[in-house]
Design a protein around this ligand. Structure first.
Ligand code: SAM
Length: 275
């Protein structure tokens, strides 16, 4: 008997993955959590019915959340990750020796626990001495830590459940105040095929708060539509002013010094969304 996991990406469209085995299905204090092994993408973390990360394609998202901002900021000593309990963004941040401390704040300790157990290739740096892992609400953390971070990365779930507040104007204002005077923030901002309004709303809010706002894309096969966007807000440093020659080669499989600026060249229908 075959078993398949289907994610409904809209009410009338989805993706489906053949399952080899189910490790965990649990209702945590915050969300429905599943950890499954799939034929095509290896181990897969699912939260509230949505693919969060898979062993096979996770590198795209985690590299593209972390490296554009960390190579744009000249001296990123203190970095915050909101969400990101699977540890993938933290693993990428650890590739930057300038980073003295990375703080991860995820509301759900079960995500951290099960990621360490079933996604070791992703969660492996959560025990790095440069990393401080905290279980808590990212919205509260932002408002309790003013002028504290050089770079803030929002690696949250979609705007549902505990993450709804992480897409609000008040949250972006809080991020601005939690950043130092030349700080940079980046958030995953979903896909232009099914969530165009979210991208537009976030872009509008961030433009009211930050002087420099840039949007870039990456291809993530297990995310809705496969075309993913990231929105960067910066107080001073522009990612488009970073020349390829200034970016050292690092151990990556998607991001590269050549791709840094190219990622900000948007398909026309996405460009029109954020004009
Ligand atoms: N890459 C995934 C995506 O784009 O959907 C996100 C992966 S990561 C597992 C998402 C994390 O955000 C989850 O572990 C969830 O617990 C966390 N999260 C949701 N709301 C949060 C909040 N208010 N504060 C901190 N973490 C939150």
């Amino acid at each position: 008997m075959e078993l398949w996991y289907t994610e409904k990406q809209t009410d009338s469209f989805g993706i489906t993955a053949k399952i080899k085995q189910t490790y965990v299905t649990e209702k945590t204090d915050f969300q429905d959590l599943a950890m499954i092994e799939t034929e095509e993408f290896g181990n897969m973390l699912v939260l509230d019915g949505m693919v969060m990360t898979t062993e096979k394609d996770e590198f795209v998202y985690h590299e593209m959340v972390a490296h554009p901002a960390l190579f744009t900021h000249p001296n990123p000593k203190r970095v915050l990750v909101v969400g990101g309990g699977d540890g993938g963004v933290i693993r990428e941040i650890m590739k930057h020796p300038k980073v003295e401390q990375a703080v991860l704040v995820d509301i759900d300790g079960k995500v951290i626990e099960y990621s360490k157990k079933y996604l070791p290739s992703i969660a492996g740096e959560l025990d790095n001495p440069r990393v401080s892992v905290q279980v808590g609400d990212g919205y509260m953390h932002i408002h309790d830590n003013k002028n504290a971070y050089d770079v803030i990365m929002v690696d949250s779930t979609e705007p549902v459940g505990p993450a709804v507040e992480l897409f609000s104007r008040g949250f972006y204002q809080g991020i601005y105040e939690a950043l130092k005077e030349d700080g940079i923030f980046v958030a995953q901002t979903d896909n232009p095929w099914f969530k165009a309004d979210l991208i537009q709303n976030v872009n509008r809010d961030v433009k009211e708060i930050f002087p420099i706002v840039r949007v870039y894309c990456a291809n993530i096969p297990t995310y809705p539509s496969g075309l993913w966007t990231f929105t960067m807000g910066s107080k001073k440093h522009d990612p488009l002013q970073v020349e390829e020659a200034q970016i050292p080669e690092i151990n990556t499989k998607y991001y590269s010094p050549r791709l840094h600026k190219a990622a900000f060249v948007l398909p026309k229908f996405v460009e029109d969304l954020v004009k």
